[in-house]
Write a protein that binds this ligand. Sequence first.
Ligand SMILES: Nc1ncnc2c1ncn2[C@@H]1O[C@H](COP(=O)(O)OP(=O)(O)O)[C@@H](O)[C@H]1O
Ligand SMILES: [Mg+2]
Length: 252
Amino acid sequence: MLKVKNLHAQIEDGTEILKGVDLEIKPGEIHAIMGPNGSGKSTLSAVVAGKEDYEVTEGEIEFYGEDLLDMEAYERAQKGIFLSFQYPVEIPGVSVTNFIRNAINEGRKSRGEDEMKGAEMLKKVRENADKLNIRKEFLNRSLNEGFSGGEKKRNEIFQMLMLNPKLAILDETDSGLDIDALRIVADGVNEFKRDDNAVLVITHYQRLLEYIVPDYVHVLYDGKIIKSGGKELALELEERGYDWVIEEAAGV
Ligand SMILES: Nc1ncnc2c1ncn2[C@@H]1O[C@H](COP(=O)(O)OP(=O)(O)O)[C@@H](O)[C@H]1O
Ligand SMILES: [Mg+2]
């Protein structure tokens, strides 16, 4: 579904952050991208999702055969790309439920479909809230206002289940991921996962991958994927760190 080819991207001042990334994700797969801080992991997810802070200078991104680089971020979301937010914004006065209702209906409108019927929306909200042990009071709270780390995660994963994207990209910072938050993310992903969708988990730590078992693990370093392997690569990285991969890639 996703084909990233020789992707180069830079920030405003001309500094190149992504220096030739190749990545292919097929339906049914879970991929993990790992790598030291500052490697370009968040940049890669932002460029795939279409954030405007970056300029793509070379390469391609295709999603189901369509050129993503021609599309705005919201169009990519409508095509089925979901990116979790590392730093979710607070929206006072807009509840968790209202926010997601609008997002779903905006997507439907863009595809020329009718708004989702109230009863159907309610059913989906209940189903997904149940799956994540979300209580009714939580659904009525203002989006992200005063949310704890765990609540933010829960809301994010709730949004993912409600929006039901083709490709979910979860950019997990190391900070704020306590064991409860890890479980929420992992349970959500395992609930979400089907043969016709895919997940890209970005993480600094191997711990999350004890709960979400990836089919492929990639190491991103200095804007490039320098090693790919199966789930055992994550364990090896946990044991041995990143230096040996970096040295191997440099031919030391
Ligand atoms: N919008 C930006 N403005 C300035 N520097 C940025 C921006 N985005 C990323 N960078 C820089 O690019 C490098 C990679 O960042 P990032 O993609 O966040 O890495 P990671 O997620 O792997 O920790 C870092 O040196 C970071 O400071
Ligand atoms: Mg990051």
